[in-house]
Unconditional design. Structure first.
Length: 472
């Protein structure tokens, strides 16, 4: 055993073997090796085992944590979590499940279970160790796949049954989703093995590991390759990075060649991830949390950049058009939101510094202006990264002159307008300054406040001086 560790390739083979072992065996080996090293052992094999397994065992259990075995329902939820779409869509996303479907599917499967499936479920429920649970769950998924395929065959010729299933699961895509779920169940053991062999970064795959990974993926039936791709994607920091795996396995980044080859489904999954990110942005609530919304926008554009850098998609129209559609959905949402900004901003400015005494400002409108200004200037900081330069530049050309004119008019009103008009402008001064602080910066807003204080003969407070006095 000692001789094995003297070559780099031998070490890599040993590491791969160790990582492919069941979690309980890895845990036991790690404990023995770590104890030996701690006791002073210089055996290079033991040191290799400890360095390979000790850091990874606590975090790696294929969906079931080290320690007490989770209930079977919780294990099932963890198993399908990577395949739940972040947003529901009328057409659905191939290979991914709607939240309604994912919410109801477990109870539906349990109710569907025949005697053999019920027995398999009982064995999973009774599991008290990780290795027993892993084997029992694998058998349970296989039995549930049999049940699914049987009911799908019946529903294909029975519209009443098909409608009943659709109603029970609360999804308009039940036939497709149940078929995808069956494929997921059938492929689960092989996918678990593939993920164990996957290195931390796809760009770190050497030739030997790439060959080994290819052999594992070749064992996946072509119609179920999306399961492996989606599972691998779920383990990556940027899930769309899975597209790079297709290029690595095909030996080229040429979109047309990959699309006609064995690994095209991997890119399909990556582009579906882009579509889901774009749909999430498009369906976000208009008055939701801005930081969450911006994070979604950045996530979507990062996914697009990741795929288009890994794969030359221009040569394959289907991929090019799907990505273009996702870009358009994001752009339409951002453009639709920001299109309201100039109108709302003019209304608010006019209400405070115009001559119409009947004009009123709704607090909701003020909050909308603040949110949209923050959105615009947040996009300005990321416009190169997010590919929204044209949209942002157009809005800036409208907003900045409008605010410059508003500030000049404000000072003029505070300096010389009649009493009621002047008082209304003073009442809205803090609001307008909050707009200016976003558009021109806090320093500019502070200078403007001092000017307004002098122009209004003290009607407007000079907050900067008050803060200086308090500090002193």
């Amino acid at each position: 055993m000692n001789a094995m560790v003297h070559t780099a390739k031998a070490q890599d083979r040993l590491r791969d073997y160790l990582l492919s072992l069941p979690a309980p065996i890895r845990s036991r080996l790690a404990s023995v090796a770590a104890d030996a090293v701690a006791a002073g052992s210089a055996d290079p094999a033991l040191r290799l085992i400890a360095s390979t397994l000790a850091p990874s065992v606590p975090a790696e259990s294929e969906g079931v944590p080290i320690g007490p075995v989770l209930p079977v329902f919780a294990r099932f939820q963890a198993f399908i979590a990577p395949f739940i779409a972040p947003v529901d869509a009328s057409g659905g996303f191939t290979g991914f499940f709607s939240r309604n479907f994912a919410t109801h599917i477990w109870e539906w499967l349990v109710a569907l279970a025949g005697e053999e499936t019920e027995a398999a479920l009982a064995r999973s429920q009774a599991a008290v160790s990780l290795d027993v649970a892993e084997k029992a769950d694998s058998a349970l998924l296989a039995r549930m796949a049999d049940d699914l395929e049987s009911v799908l065959a019946k529903a294909a010729t029975n519209r009443t049954l098909a409608f009943q299933i659709q109603t029970e699961l609360g999804s308009v895509n039940t036939s497709r989703e149940l078929g995808d779920l069956s494929a997921l169940f059938r492929t689960a053991p092989l996918v678990a093995c593939i993920r164990r062999f996957l290195p931390e970064g796809l760009d770190k795959i050497d030739e030997e590991r790439a060959d080994r990974l290819m052999r594992l993926l070749v064992a996946v039936p072509p119609e179920r390759l999306w399961v492996a791709a989606a599972s691998i994607a779920a383990s990556l920091v940027v899930p769309a990075r899975v597209a790079a795996l297709a290029a690595r396995l095909e030996g080229t980044d040429a979109g047309q060649r990959i699309a006609r080859g064995r690994w095209s489904q991997i890119v399909d999954v990556a582009i579906t991830l882009i579509a889901m990110s774009a749909a999430k942005v498009a369906s976000a609530p208009k008055r939701g949390d801005l930081e969450t919304f911006l994070a979604g926008v950045r996530e979507a554009y990062l996914a697009i950049q990741t795929v288009t850098r890994a794969i030359e998609v221009e040569s394959w129209p289907a991929w090019r058009e799907r990505i273009a559609d996702s870009r358009k959905r994001i752009s339409d949402r951002l453009g639709g939101d920001l299109a309201e900004l100039p109108v709302l901003l003019r209304q608010t400015v006019r209400a405070y510094i115009g001559g119409d005494e009947a004009a009123r400002v709704d607090q909701t409108e003020i909050e909308d202006v603040l949110r949209l200004l923050r959105l615009l200037y947040s996009l300005k900081a990321y416009r190169g990264e997010l590919a929204v330069s044209e949209l942002v530049d157009r809005m800036l050309r409208l907003v900045e002159p409008l605010m410059e004119n508003a500030n000049q008019s404000l000072l003029s009103v505070l300096r010389s307008a009649p009493g009621a008009h002047r008082e209304r402008a003073a009442a809205g001064f803090d609001t307008l300054m909050s707009f200016s602080a976003i558009v021109f910066g806090e320093e500019y807003a502070g200078l403007l406040r001092r000017s307004a204080h002098m122009a209004s003969d003290g009607l407007v407070r000079d907050a900067s001086r008050e803060q200086t006095a308090l500090a002193g």
